[in-house]
Every structure is written in C-alpha cells, then in structure tokens.
Design a protein. Structure first.
Length: 114
C-alpha cells in the first residue's frame, strides 16, 4: 500500500485548506484511515480518523473545524480544514490501518501564519 498526501501550503489564520491522500492497493475500502500531524518538537498525534463504515472521530483541538471523509471509489482520503490556527502548523500524514498493520505516506506541510 502506498499513500501520497497533498494539498498542504501556507495559509493565513482563519483560512482553509483541503488535504487529500491517494492510496494505491486494494485495502483502502476496508482500512481504518486517519490523518496525523507532527509539529516541530512534538509527538505525532491523531487529528481525525474514519472507519471503513464511515464512523469518524476527531481530536478535541480540531472538532468543529476539521472534517475527515473518504471516497472508496477513488481510494482517496480527505481532510477539510477550516478556521485554521497557527497551532495547526505541522506536517500532516495519512495512515491506513488494517488489523495491526499500519501504512504511512509522506507528509504534507501545513503552515498557518500571517
């Protein structure tokens, strides 16, 4: 399984970005998919996750601002990020979890700054 995240960039506080993660392989539709982020000097943390059935969960820090979604027909995971804050600045990674096997893609940088 290969994962490729895209859509990061520089945005002003209060702005929006939409991240995408394209997945190769046949497991996408049955995998638990998640977005993680890692800021400088901090541990990687789960931002949002979505099950194969569509159930979602979010970190408290992004609830109400971020929306995770998946398109199984396109093997693509999305993260819509609104009302961005400077503390959202990080490298964002997508992850596919199938049983105990996890797969990571290269991250995409999100910088929120005026």
């Amino acid at each position: 399984v290969q994962l490729q995240a895209s859509g990061g960039g520089l945005v002003q506080p209060g702005g929006s970005l939409r991240l995408s993660c394209a997945a190769s392989g046949s497991i996408f539709s049955i995998a638990y998919m998640g977005w993680y982020r890692q800021a400088p000097g901090k541990q990687r943390e789960l931002v949002a996750g979505v099950s194969s059935g569509g159930s979602t969960n979010y970190a408290d820090s992004v609830k109400g601002r971020f929306t995770i979604s998946r398109d199984n027909a396109k093997n693509t995971l999305y993260l819509q990020m609104n009302s961005l804050k400077p503390e959202d600045t990080a490298i964002y990674y997508c992850n596919a979890l199938l049983g105990v096997q996890g797969y990571w893609g290269k991250g995409t940088q999100v910088t929120v700054s005026s």
